[in-house]
Each structure stands twice: as C-alpha cells, then as structure tokens.
Design a protein around this ligand. Structure first.
Ligand code: NAP
Length: 268
C-alpha cells in the first residue's frame, strides 16, 4: 500500500500565508541573517533583542523593505516573566494583523571570556545557564502552548541554536557555554518526540565557528579567523550560511524532519 502523504506536505520553502516567526536575538549576527532570509520566504517576523534597540529597529526596517510585517520587541530571555510578556505581545500582534505564530527560532545566546571552570564565578555560570538554556526552554514552552494541536493551535516549527561546542566541550575556553549547548541538543530531541503528533516539529542547528560579533563579546574579536586552520574548510562560516539551515528547518519543505541536529560547521 502506498504511504499516505500528509495533506500539507507539498514541499515548499515558502511560509504559509499569514505566518509569524519569532526570532530571539534578532538584532544582529545569525538572528538578523535568519530574519532577512525568512522574510524572503514570506514570513512576517518579530525580532527579540536584549538591549540594542537601534540595531533591532534597523533590521526591522530592512524587513519592511522586503514587503513583510516586522516588529522588534525587547525581552531578556533569561527572565521568565519577560518571556511571558513577549509572547503576550506576540498574541496581540497576531490578533491585530490576522497572523498565526508558526515559527520560533530560539537563537538568543551568550558566551563569556575564555576561562577554565576553576576560574569562573557563580554569577557567570548562572547567567550562562539562564540565557542559553532556560531562555530556550521558556520560549519553546510558550510556543508549544500556542502551536500545539493539543492546545488548539494549528502546528508550527521550532529551531534551537546549538553549537559545535556542545560536542567538542570547549576546554579552556568556555565549558559552561558548551554544556548549555549540549543540553540544547538533548532538549531538542526530547521535545521533538513529545510533540511529534501535535503538529509541532523541533530541530536544532549546530553551527561551528561563525564570523559574528559574539566572539568580540567574549573578548576575542579575532577568534573566528584565528580558528580557521582548525576547520576542514579553512574558514569560519557566515551568518547567512547558518540562517539557510534555520529557515529550511522552519519551512514546510522540512515537513518530515523533527528531532534533527544539523551541523553547519565547515566539516569541523
Ligand atoms: P551575537 O552576534 O552575539 O548576537 C546575539 C543576539 O542575542 C543579539 O541579538 C543579542 O541582543 C541577543 N541576546 C543576547 N543576550 C540576550 C538575552 N539575555 N535575551 C535576549 N536576547 C539576547 O550572536 P550570534 O553569533 O549571532 O549567535 C546566535 C546563536 O548562535 C547563539 O545562540 C550562539 O550561541 C549560537 N552560535 C554561534 C556561533 C558563532 O560562532 N557565532 C557558533 C555556534 C553557535 P542585543 O543585540 O540586544 O544584545
């Protein structure tokens, strides 16, 4: 007997009409690149950001020029109440503009200075876990509450930003960061299976060394190019090259892909 295709499984890289994508950490780097590519695929976009309102608004202006609706909303993903308020604002935008939240890119993330674990402060460790792990859990929880058919939703897709550090461990650099990203991989697998029959797909992209400002924020602005000799392709990746994978996983073209962790690492 031939396999029955899901009725909505016509492969397409375009978002369904009226689809809204929330990207945390959308003001620069991989999040901003994802926003631009997603807009080209027809997504309307809410960008979350932590503090740089001007950068977020500049990305929003680019998205408007691409012909989609877009907004920038401030929310520290480490703050559970702030994430709740962010999703309430998303609900209001959806109601006012006839949009449906169908995508979440859990992209906000931080690194810190290169240190050994025995040098790290408790404050640093708590921040790392709060932003990179708890932030993704809070946002995914709110998204599932809206997307899952179990809650009356119509389905959707979540993409978590992991890191190759999660499988390399980042010794002497930031084992705390690496540990949060290893946890993201596990979380991706578990949540994907938990909601697999509820119309929600959950995947992760595991970037290698990507040329963004995150390295400067960790006090190593030259890090991406310094590591080039250790990368099989002998260069860092560009934010766009990661965004391509994120937008594909969000799209209906990835309709049978869930629980996947996709390396975008130049072979690292
Ligand atoms: P980035 O250039 O440093 O951008 C980080 C973004 O996250 C900014 O928009 C920032 O907002 C936002 N953000 C930071 N802390 C936040 C918080 N507490 N709440 C809400 N938003 C917050 O980073 P990136 O390189 O694009 O990295 C994006 C994701 O990919 C991260 O999860 C990172 O771990 C992962 N990744 C990156 C690399 C790499 O080499 N670049 C490699 C592997 C994985 P503001 O502008 O307002 O501060």
């Amino acid at each position: 007997m031939p396999a029955t295709l899901h009725p909505a499984s016509t492969p397409t890289h375009l978002a369904a009409a009226g689809s809204l994508l929330l990207i945390t950490g959308g003001s620069r780097g991989i999040g901003a690149a994802t926003a631009r590519l997603a807009a080209q695929a027809g997504w309307h976009v809410v960008l979350g950001y932590a503090s740089d309102a001007a950068a977020a608004e500049a990305v929003v202006a680019e998205l408007h020029a691409l012909g989609v609706m877009a907004w920038a909303l401030q929310a520290d993903v480490a703050d559970e109440a702030a994430v709740g308020r962010l999703f309430s604002q998303v609900d209001t935008l959806c109601a006012r503009n006839a949009l449906v939240l169908r995508g979440l890119a859990n992209n906000a993330g931080v690194v810190d200075r290169a240190q050994r674990l025995d040098e790290m402060s408790g404050e640093r460790l708590r921040r790392m876990v709060a932003v990179n792990l708890l932030g993704s859990l809070y946002c995914a929880r709110e998204a599932v509450r809206r997307m899952s058919t179990r809650h009356g939703g119509t389905g959707g897709a979540i993409v978590n930003l992991s890191s190759v550090a999660g499988r390399l461990g980042a010794p002497g650099q930031y084992v705390d960061y690496a540990a949060t990203k290893g946890a993201i991989d596990t979380f991706t697998l578990g949540l994907a299976r938990e909601v697999a029959t509820e119309g929600v797909r959950v995947n992760a992209v595991r970037p290698g060394v990507i040329d963004t400002e995150i390295h400067a924020s960790g006090g190593q602005p030259e890090r991406a190019w310094q590591l080039a000799p250790q990368i099989p392709m002998q260069r860092p990746g560009a934010a766009d090259e990661v965004a391509q994978a994120v937008v594909w996983l969000l799209s209906p073209a990835a309709s049978y892909t869930t629980g996947a962790v996709l390396d975008v690492t130049g072979g690292r």
